[in-house]
Design a binder for this molecule. Structure first.
Ligand SMILES: Cc1cc2nc3c(=O)[nH]c(=O)nc-3n(C[C@H](O)[C@H](O)[C@H](O)COP(=O)(O)OP(=O)(O)OC[C@H]3O[C@@H](n4cnc5c(N)ncnc54)[C@H](O)[C@@H]3O)c2cc1C
Length: 518
């Protein structure tokens, strides 16, 4: 992971005593205490580090007291939401861990259709509370992922094609700043802080509550189809994907505003050691509409087909939350149409890797697809009109809000090695780098620019310049400038204002501007 070196000290015995005194109603756990080992567990075992002390607060005020203490003492601080960062961004080597696991309340304002979500919630908490009122918001596709990290880094979900990113639906946030102040941020209050939270929130404080806009939601049509990777299937499958998600000349894609699909390759344990191709559908459609849209996939002849109609919370539980392995994430971007030869080439590399490393059978390569339409850019400038009609992520690219810098005419792909032995860490990460590079070369073959950072990258839009890197998926090698693109200098100014000593520095850290002009 790219990281500015920030020298902070580790926790000593006297700090634990002081914190216990200052936080009489919080759980404060030293390494020898029962419950400590649970707080340092992460979704990826490779992301775990031994904190010097862990606190499990229940209020913003307790967090404020702890942050203030750590700031004054120069102690390293990590904040844990759902613990899914594969880079160890919610862990600390010897510092203070603020574990938000006891802050998982969701309150539904049914009149405003807004969800008040505490900073330690998982998406399952949100999905289920909203569903009781017939509502849903954009959220993680795997229900045990944390709201905190996913939201503060942007957030894509099955409703993104219709409703944009999670941050596009964030109305307000309550944040504990580095100096211990508790601030409300929204477009009307502390608007500069709100802008920074929408894409780089982990760098600006501890968000203790998110207010998210929700929408009436019906049952969805969803499920997984599993295919054998024989050439005949590959041809039909790639065609079915391109037909469903691409935008035809002058038209709208068949899947516009209809949810999400994921094309992937994996070696699930119940496939008996065979690599298979998966298509996971999450369609905002009735059963009849869904079956019609997915008929071309069914015609390919899946060996497993779980398509069914069901509640939104179940849609986000269809991918199993594999816990207890080592894993890392490496993102990439792609545009439609997907080339069959490219998928076949990736399949070859996937199989080669599995032959070289018999510990990594659970690894995944995926192309994420959203229902699309053309003409989402309201400005209709010449640059937009000249772009190939590949992917117009509609609501994702339409908005300009926040510092999130990956809005553009491209989709996200993901390489996620999963393994169990620490000695395979480097090999697995190197494989992910190589696969990511292949995606990059494929983009270039599609005529897309792929330079990163300030210059903008894949699928540059004339006036926006999406960087082509989703920070929540790219948690090693990339540097902050790559992730925040042309927004980085403004973030440096805001960092100098809100966190000048860089207390919050664990994921794509921002170097505060030397002298703030704000
Ligand atoms: C199985 C799996 C499925 C995923 N699915 C999706 C998906 O559908 N869509 C998507 O966009 N991404 C997805 N991701 C990526 C996900 O967005 C990141 O892994 C994200 O970091 C997870 O957030 P977390 O709170 O669980 O992680 P954590 O490791 O707890 O936190 C990640 C970062 O956010 C900070 N943070 C967390 N909570 C707070 C808070 N309340 N206040 C301040 N800082 C906080 C942490 O300090 C850390 O820097 C997925 C990841 C995994 C492993």
């Amino acid at each position: 992971m790219a990281q500015t070196i920030v020298s902070k000290r580790v926790v000593q015995e006297l700090d634990i005593t002081a914190l216990r005194k200052q936080l009489p109603s919080s759980t404060v756990l030293a390494p020898s205490d029962a419950g400590y080992s649970r707080t340092i567990e992460r979704w990826s075992r490779a992301a775990e580090k031994p904190a010097g002390v862990a606190i499990l607060p229940t209020t913003a005020e307790e967090i404020a007291a702890a942050v203030k203490y750590a700031s004054h003492q120069g102690i390293d601080v990590a904040v844990k939401g759902g613990g899914h960062s594969t880079a160890g961004a919610s862990s600390t080597n010897g510092g203070l861990l603020i574990d938000l696991a006891k802050m998982r309340r969701v309150t539904v304002d049914a009149v405003k259709q807004q969800l008040h979500v505490q900073g330690g919630c998982l998406w399952a908490d949100v999905d289920e509370a909203a569903w009781e009122h017939g509502l849903a918001t954009v959220g993680g596709t795997v229900a045990d992922t944390g709201v905190g990290g996913l939201t503060l880094g942007g957030g894509y979900g099955v409703l993104s094609g219709e409703r944009g990113l999670v941050i596009d639906n964030m109305v307000e946030a309550t944040v504990v700043l580095a100096n211990g102040e508790i601030k409300t941020a929204s477009k009307d209050q502390n608007a500069d802080l709100f802008w920074a939270l929408l894409g780089s929130g982990q760098n600006f404080g501890v968000t203790t509550e998110f207010v998210l806009q929700a929408y009436p939601q019906k049952d969805m049509f969803y499920g997984t189809m599993v295919f054998l990777p024989i050439p005949e299937n590959m041809t039909k499958l790639v065609k079915a994907v391109n037909d469903l998600f691409s935008v035809p000349e002058g038209g709208r894609s068949k899947s516009e505003g209809r949810g999400m699909g994921l094309l992937g390759m994996a070696k699930p344990p119940d496939a008996g050691g065979t690599t298979v191709i998966l298509f996971i559908a999450s369609l905002n459609a009735s059963e009849a509409e869904g079956r019609k849209l997915l008929q071309p996939f069914v015609d390919v002849g899946p060996i497993v087909n779980t398509l069914t109609c069901g509640p939104y919370p179940d849609v986000n539980k269809q991918v199993p939350a594999v816990i207890g392995m080592r894993s890392s994430m490496k993102g990439a971007a792609f545009v439609l149409p997907i080339r069959e030869e490219f998928v076949t080439e990736m399949l070859g590399k996937y199989n080669d890797f599995n032959e070289q490393c018999d510990d990594a059978a659970a690894s995944l390569v995926a192309w994420e697809l959203y229902g699309t339409c053309i003409s989402s850019c309201e400005r209709q400038c010449a640059d937009c009109r000249l772009l190939p009609r590949s992917y117009d992520p509609s609501k994702v690219a339409k908005s300009d809000i926040g510092c999130f810098a990956n809005r553009g005419y491209h989709l996200n792909s993901l390489i996620m090695p999963m393994w169990s032995k620490p000695e395979n860490d480097q090999q697995c990460r190197q494989w992910a780098r190589e696969m990511s590079l292949m995606f990059k070369h494929e983009l270039e073959a599609h005529g897309q620019r792929t330079s990163n950072g300030i210059e903008g990258g894949a699928s540059v839009r004339g006036h926006k310049g999406g960087v082509g890197i989703y920070g929540n998926y790219d948690q090693y090698d990339e540097i902050s400038r790559d992730i925040f693109g042309s927004n980085y200098p403004q973030l440096q100014k805001l960092k100098a204002k809100y966190d000048p000593t860089n207390v919050f520095n664990k994921l794509f850290p921002i170097t505060p501007e030397a002298k703030s002009t704000l």
